[in-house]
Write a protein that binds this ligand. Structure first.
Ligand code: ARG
Length: 632
């Protein structure tokens, strides 16, 4: 559907033309003085320069034309020096909102022929527990991926595990130290290696920090670790077997943790996957003259004339022949081009890695690894800080494990819910998990990604204000009104036969995990449950009551907001939108008696608005990567 604001622009542009002025002056924007008007056009000021006259001499005749369009505008006023202040007619709003209700995507169109995109996020390192540093990548990346998929792309999320290099060598060296008799260290051994790993995840998590600590103090150990790394990279049999064990034990644990965050990857790629692509890539870059020798190393120079700061070359091989982070990332682009020919590769990584990606992106573009049609995008995120403004730590000052952080949030929610609880113990715990995850994710996503933010359990878990729980509370409230309404109409025996029960507000049992009412972008999934238009929807007929109208004005922004979110990959804009929608809903709910409304047409219209509000909120929280419970 055409954006609502563009429809208004069309009207005003036509009026400019009708008065003998160029249409381009008719652009309408949201009012920045909502106390005075809803929309505004300030084109007369610019037009006055072109036509060498006073702005009001342009604004007035245009306004006179607009005032006759009572089907579109309820009020048209000229304000000095030449602003045109506008209020839309309730009927025009109602028709637009009504049309949204009969569209599966509420007026937000999919991109035609969007193609593939790869989202590189998560980025956990094997053998290390997930800590809060990885939280933002997972949370933002999952949302970015959903935004792209809802836009119509085939979005491939790749966790791109850090699995290669020194940390693994350190673990192997430490294992050798602790258990020298393990068959993996016997160079003469030619048989099969055991299927069972010689360590558990908790041992592994203890071994790694111990080994990396030892490297700092113990030269001999450090050398052993370096040696083990080299031998691993030249595929020593026993070490490869150990590496496979490290991978499988670690990946199983990571999957569990990401699942708990409602973060899911299409591809469990690893840094080491790039290995297969490195030799050919280097040969090609050498042959084509892009790779050059520099102090014994092999690099691609990526400096540009216009640089205002020093951009060092992209490193392919160190002087000792070793590959580095630049090498694997460049080769991973080669791999992704081969597999997906993606329209975009989006990296959701700590912003401190920005320079690295700038080097790699430049090398990829310069050498033709990617072309014009393949956009490389870096979404760098800031740090999650504690209340002291420093990077978030445990009370003891250590690195906080992600599962403990989630536990802390869930406990806080649980406590709040227990205070005035009407649910069973079990349901409370289940609901606290859902609400806790929303609190955590919304607390993160409501900030612009590049900014640092303060992790504040009390604020994030509050049921009021710009928080996840407040949004969920709004949804739950709508669900409960809709459920009461269905009960009432069933009692009265006037329930329309064409409203399926699945649209009465109940989603999927207690957990609400089914994500049933949200839809992803791709064709297959738009056919999925809950993605059809809201059938049996009654006509929306706005009475003009201010808070009713205000809610509709929020709802009709949906496709406009979604287009901006898609172009800028900005989940925080979804948050501010649904916060506005929720506030508008609260005011509407305060001012309007929905269920006790005697006038059936009005009541049905309110219900239709509620359904649309709920559908928008549910789609938006799906994009953010969390769900709403049935009750709170
Ligand atoms: N594993 C890396 C880290 O912990 C992040 C990986 C980001 N993705 C990439 N393609 N380099 O810093």
């Amino acid at each position: 559907m055409k954006r609502f604001i563009d429809l208004l622009t069309d009207e005003v542009s036509a009026a400019f033309e009708a008065c003998g002025f160029e249409a381009r002056f008719g652009r309408v924007v949201l009012s920045n003085r909502p106390d005075l008007c809803e929309f505004q056009c300030s084109g007369a000021m610019a037009a006055a320069k072109t036509y060498k006259t006073a702005p009001v001499k342009i604004a007035q005749p245009v306004a006179d034309v607009l005032a006759k369009k009572t089907d579109v505008f309820a009020e048209v006023a000229v304000v000095m020096p030449g602003f045109i202040n506008l209020k839309v007619s309730p009927g025009f709003l109602s028709d637009y909102a009504g049309e949204m209700t009969s569209d599966a995507r509420m007026g937000y169109e999919t991109l035609a022929d969007a193609g593939n995109v790869v989202v590189d996020y998560g980025g956990a390192n094997v053998a290390k527990p997930l800590h809060v540093g990885h939280l933002r990548s997972a949370v933002i990346g999952e949302s970015v991926k959903r935004i792209l998929s809802y836009a119509g792309y085939n979005a491939v999320g790749d966790v791109h595990l850090g699995d290669w290099g020194l940390p693994i060598g350190q673990i192997i060296a430490e294992l050798h130290f602790r258990k020298p008799d393990l068959v993996y260290f016997d160079e003469d051994y030619e048989g099969e290696y055991p299927e069972e790993a010689p360590f558990t995840i908790s041992e592994l998590e203890e071994i790694y920090p111990c080994a990396s600590g030892k490297c700092k103090t113990d030269e001999a150990f450090k050398e052993a670790a370096r040696q083990a790394t080299m031998e691993l990279q030249s595929h020593r049999r026993g070490y490869m077997a150990l590496w496979h064990h490290i991978m499988s034990v670690s990946v199983a644990d990571l999957k569990k943790n990401y699942d708990n965050l409602n973060v899911h990857f299409e591809v469990w790629g690893k840094e080491s996957d790039a290995e297969n692509y490195i030799p050919a890539m280097i040969e090609r870059l050498k042959a084509d003259g892009f790779a050059e020798e520099s102090d014994g190393a092999l690099v691609v120079h990526v400096k540009e004339e216009t640089d205002t700061k020093e951009i060092p070359p992209c490193m392919l091989l160190k002087s000792n022949g070793a590959t580095v982070y630049d090498t694997t990332d460049l080769a991973t682009i080669v791999e992704r081009m081969e597999k997906y020919d993606p329209r975009q590769i989006v990296y959701v990584v700590d912003k401190r890695q920005e320079l690295h990606f700038e080097q790699v992106f430049r090398a990829a573009r310069k050498s033709g690894i990617t072309g014009e049609a393949n956009r490389l995008r870096f979404i760098g995120f800031g740090t999650m800080n504690g209340k002291d403004g420093k990077p978030f730590k445990t009370r003891e000052g250590g690195v906080m494990r992600l599962e403990n952080l989630i536990g802390e949030i869930n406990d806080a929610v649980m406590k709040k819910m227990t205070e005035n609880r009407t649910m069973s113990e079990e349901e409370t715990a289940e609901t606290a998990k859902i609400v806790g995850l929303a609190a955590l994710k919304y607390g993160d996503l409501s900030n612009q990604a590049s900014k640092d933010y303060v992790f504040d359990v009390d604020r994030f878990t509050s049921f009021e204000g710009n928080t996840g729980p407040y949004i969920l509370y709004t949804i739950v409230r709508i669900k409960s009104i809709l459920a009461k309404y269905e009960e009432m109409t069933a009692d009265r025996g006037e329930q329309e036969k064409n409203v399926p029960a699945s649209e009465t507000g109940s989603v999927s049992g207690v957990t609400g995990r089914a994500e049933s009412s949200a839809c992803a972008g791709n064709k297959e999934s738009s056919e999925q449950d809950g993605c059809e238009p809201i059938r049996g929807m009654r006509k929306i007929c706005c009475t003009g009551e201010p808070s009713e109208k205000a809610l509709l004005r929020e709802l009709v922004k949906y496709n406009d907001v979604m287009e901006g979110v898609r172009d800028d990959l900005a989940p925080h804009r979804i948050c501010s939108y649904i916060y506005d929608v929720s506030d508008a809903f609260s005011a509407f709910y305060r001012d309007v008696h929905i269920l006790s409304e005697e006038d059936a047409a009005k009541r049905e219209s309110y219900i239709a608005m509620l359904r649309l509000t709920k559908k928008i909120l549910e789609q938006c929280i799906w994009l953010l990567g969390f769900d709403a419970p049935e009750h709170m």
